[in-house]
Unconditional design. Structure first.
Length: 351
């Protein structure tokens, strides 16, 4: 971890103060100086000057200068998204945070799944052929197996790995608690309240469930577990505002902004960014928004917001030679603080 100049100076000052204090105490109590102890003190001061200081990642890249790697749905380029296998691999590949998209089962349990439906990433059609219903989504009506129609016990009967590769056959949809248990102490958590308005419309308050789960795990306060910082993200400003204002959530919140739809016009003006700052610490824009307007990084920073674009994946690198090059451009040329990637092992540490 790299220290900023001012952090280096203050750590050095602390070392000197410690040295002076200790030396003063010694002179009061001892007539001769113990050379061994002096050496230890001098070494301590030198260490304060040169050794890296571990800052909790949730303080943000803007403060520490360190770029933050968020594993998108785990190491989802290499293992089935939102499985414990994908989370473990992300940690092994050096993720600072592991992302979980959250959905809610019929019996009110938070589970890690990107879609509101089960058919893309599980064998639900085989196991429960008669449990689909006609639902209009993304402009088309089709047979859907909604997460909200299934109990946790039923969802646990599904295979969430075989669609990705035979070697992952038998992987399960994890509860958020299971994800926390795997990630805790090894990386940060980056949960997303997914479609909170849909669940809210059915009388289920996702924000309250999220907060209750964090409380149960004693992770609901910033710095509660320095090895497991938590940042909460959502495309729904209302969801974040509810957490910040009604539920008095103190954890950092990040507003995701899609390159589709009207939200981007609302939030990306100077006024909009100022508004975001009232309930969030940062924005998570689609990377296309930064490509279209690279000044957004500076404008967001000037508004006091961090910038964490999504999603960087080797399968969609556009004009870049590699996903590593693409991430490098966004991190070091555009100056974003963090990013979401399916390929944690390609994250360019350093310049
Ligand atoms: O949460 C960041 C990024 O994951 C947003 O897109 O659709 O993958 O949740 P999505
Ligand atoms: Ca997400």
């Amino acid at each position: 971890m790299i220290l900023t100049a001012s952090e280096t100076r203050s750590e050095f000052r602390l070392g000197i103060i410690f040295w002076r204090h200790t030396y003063h105490m010694q002179s009061l109590t001892q007539t001769s100086v113990n050379n061994k102890r002096r050496l230890v003190i001098i070494l301590f001061s030198a260490l304060c000057l040169f050794a890296p200081v571990v800052l909790p990642a949730h303080r943000g890249a803007a403060e520490s200068g360190r770029k933050i790697l968020v594993a998108h749905r785990g190491a989802s380029a290499y293992a089935p998204e939102h499985t414990l296998e994908a989370y473990r691999l992300a940690i092994a590949q050096g993720a600072d945070y592991v992302e979980q998209d959250l959905q809610i089962t019929r019996d009110g349990v938070l589970v890690c799944l990107h879609d509101l439906t089960l058919e893309r990433t599980t064998n639900v059609e085989e196991v429960f052929p008669d449990r689909a219903r006609d639902v209009m989504m993304n402009g088309t009506t089709g047979r859907r197996w909604m997460v909200a129609d299934f109990t946790l016990e039923e969802i646990k009967r599904l295979d969430a790995g075989a669609w990705f590769g035979e070697e992952y056959k038998g992987a399960k949809v994890p509860t958020w608690q299971e994800a926390i248990d795997v990630v805790r102490g090894r990386a940060g958590l980056y949960p997303e309240t997914k479609a909170p308005e849909v669940y809210g419309g059915a009388g289920v308050e996702m924000e309250k469930l999220v907060l209750a789960e964090l409380r149960k795990n004693r992770l609901d306060q910033p710095g509660a577990d320095p090895k497991t910082p938590v940042i909460i993200q959502s495309f729904s400003a209302a969801s974040l505002q509810k957490m910040a204002r009604e539920l008095k959530m103190k954890l950092p919140l990040v507003l995701l902004i899609s390159d589709q739809g009207k939200e981007r016009e609302r939030w990306l003006t100077a006024e909009g960014l100022k508004e975001v700052k009232k309930f969030a610490v940062g924005i998570g824009p689609a990377k296309q928004l930064l490509d279209a307007d690279p000044t957004l990084v500076k404008r967001a920073h000037d508004a006091g917001l961090t910038v964490t674009p999504y999603t960087f994946r080797a399968s969609a690198i556009g004009r870049f030679k590699s996903v590593r090059d693409e991430m490098s451009y966004y991190l070091h040329t555009l100056g974003v603080d963090a990013l979401f990637t399916d390929n944690p092992d390609q994250f360019p540490r350093g310049k």
